[in-house]
Design a protein around this ligand. Structure first.
Ligand code: SF4
Length: 140
């Protein structure tokens, strides 16, 4: 296995809104047995669908249906850790991740204000993969 990939890019309906972000190139890598699909948020025990969440100063904030914010940092951190465990177990050396996600985003993520404002930074899974020595790039 060479690549660990965001499961939503492989067509898995694991996004917060219950949808997927299929990318034919990623799906083809999985078909060829070259890529391992992982959704760190589901691995962290979060439900699908789930509230939209963003990272702010290392804390994961989720906007609940009534507009209040909850803290899901522990679940996101656990999912990132478990995702890295799977990637290393499978021998992955590179990652292809969904842009802008608070887990998978790499280089630029939303700023935690839920105003679709982007700032420099990595999601928790992307950062954990980098720390484990895996080369990370986004789908865009
Ligand atoms: Fe896709 Fe990553 Fe979000 Fe899961 S956590 S839905 S794999 S972007």
């Amino acid at each position: 296995m060479i690549y660990v990939v965001s499961a939503c890019l492989a067509g898995v309906a694991c996004r917060f809104d219950g949808e997927a972000n299929p990318r034919e190139g990623v799906i083809e890598l999985v078909r060829q047995g070259l890529a391992l699909p992982v959704c760190p948020e589901q691995l962290g025990g979060l439900p699908t669908p789930r509230p939209p969440c963003e990272l702010r100063d290392g804390q994961v904030l989720c906007r609940e249906a009534d507009g209040t914010l909850s803290d899901a940092t522990d679940a996101f951190a656990k999912g990132a850790e478990e995702g890295v465990r799977l990637a290393l177990l499978a021998g992955c050396t590179e990652a292809i991740l969904k842009a802008r996600s608070p887990s998978c985003g790499c280089g630029r993520i939303y700023d935690g204000t839920f105003t679709r404002t982007l700032v420099a930074g990595d999601g928790l899974f992307a950062a954990a993969l980098r720390a484990a020595g895996i080369t990370v790039r986004c789908d865009e």
